[in-house]
Design a protein around this ligand. Structure first.
Ligand SMILES: [Zn+2]
Length: 362
């Protein structure tokens, strides 16, 4: 099985097939859209008498943020919402740490709010020290200035989301090429609604429990089959409160997605709606499993034309994101209106959202 890009599409708040989602802008490239979102999406296009808003000028924000190679030298601040925002003063996760290695270095997405970087490092070292987990392989965090991405992910925009592989770290340093090419391991069994006991272990349970144990972590997204495995593995445990933060979502069987809350000082950071109060092992899980169960021999979700979405423009992000982009001398300041229009004209040729690994994201 091939993996892909380890990304996540999450956006949001999640949760139940039926309960959820807020504000995301949708899944990313992925196509996986939580039920609620689909409903919302279906509603939107209904023509109404609403005036059509003026067409936003300028290139898609993902092109601008995707071109930023360095962080904005400003005080660290997560600005906006997980799926619609940006990041000032990002810190880089070192590509090698005592208990982690960053993957897919060419993407330059090992950036995050310093609080997220500290969390990832702590999880890596704690899990190795206490949980028998040899170290973390780290997938995407955010771009140097956050913001929308050209490929993958609807969220990961404000430096508070991290994708962590469910593949244990090898006991050697991977080469740069290996970090590009190595495929993550799917945890799913053939039936796609349970985990494969040949690859899923108790150490995975301990790792996810560890990740959920930190107060700053608000959500962890995993595939419904993994959520089921966690519910079953802990059925007799007296301490199960941590399961509350771990919610089922599309994708996320090669990696899990850790999301921390708005850090102190990020005054324009928009919090997520609270999770349902239950542990997510009941009806919510049953519904999710029904959703992900393969219906026909066409397991791959049909490629909806997500690819044609132009994406939001800088004007549609929180206004502070303009300063984040303009900081320094990278020449990232958005083009003036005329040039911007010309650029917009060529955007149909913009790269599709399938990521370089062939991923459709998750
Ligand atoms: Zn993710």
């Amino acid at each position: 099985m091939r993996l892909i890009g380890l990304c996540c599409a999450l956006a949001v708040a999640v949760i139940a097939p039926g309960a959820l989602l807020a504000q995301d802008g949708g899944q990313d490239a992925s196509k996986s859209v939580a039920p609620k979102v689909m409903v919302a999406a279906a509603k939107k296009p209904v023509p109404s008498k609403k005036k059509v808003a003026a067409k936003p000028a300028g290139p898609p924000a993902k092109e601008l943020f995707g071109a930023a190679r360095t962080p904005a030298a400003m005080a660290a601040r997560s600005i906006g919402f997980y799926a619609k925002g940006c990041l000032a003063g990002a810190a880089a996760l070192p590509i090698d740490g005592v208990a982690w290695q960053a993957m897919r270095l060419s993407r330059n997405r090992n950036w995050g709010h310093p609080a997220l970087i500290a969390l990832v490092e702590k999880l890596a070292t704690d899990a190795r020290e206490h949980d028998g987990w040899p170290g973390l392989l780290i997938g995407d965090l955010s771009q140097p200035r956050g913001g929308p991405m050209l490929t993958g992910h609807a969220s990961h925009q404000v430096g508070l989301d991290a994708d962590i592989w469910l593949t244990p770290m090898p006991d050697r340093r991977l080469t740069e090429k290996e970090r590009e090419d190595l495929s993550a391991t799917s945890m799913l069994a053939e039936d796609k609604v349970s985990v494969d006991p040949k690859v899923w272990t108790n150490a995975h349970v301990r790792l996810l429990k560890r990740a959920a144990s930190y107060p700053s972590v608000e959500r962890i997204f995993v595939h419904p089959a993994i959520k089921k495995a966690l519910c079953e593995a802990t059925a007799k445990d007296s301490e199960r409160a941590w399961l509350h933060k771990v919610r089922a979502y599309w994708g996320h069987y090669y990696h899990f997605h850790v999301r921390i809350g708005c850090p102190k000082g990020s005054t324009n950071c928009e919090a997520q709606p609270p999770l349902p109060s239950d542990d997510g092992c009941g009806k919510e899980l049953t519904d999710w499993l029904a959703l992900v169960k393969p219906k026909t021999p066409s397991p791959v979700k049909p490629g909806t034309p997500a690819v044609s979405k132009p994406g939001i423009t800088l004007d549609q992000l929180p206004s502070d994101c303009r300063a984040v982009l303009a900081n320094g001398s990278e020449g990232l300041i958005p083009a003036p209106p005329l040039a911007a229009k010309a650029a917009a004209g060529s955007k149909t040729a913009t790269p599709a959202k399938v990521d370089k690994n062939g991923a459709t994201t998750k």
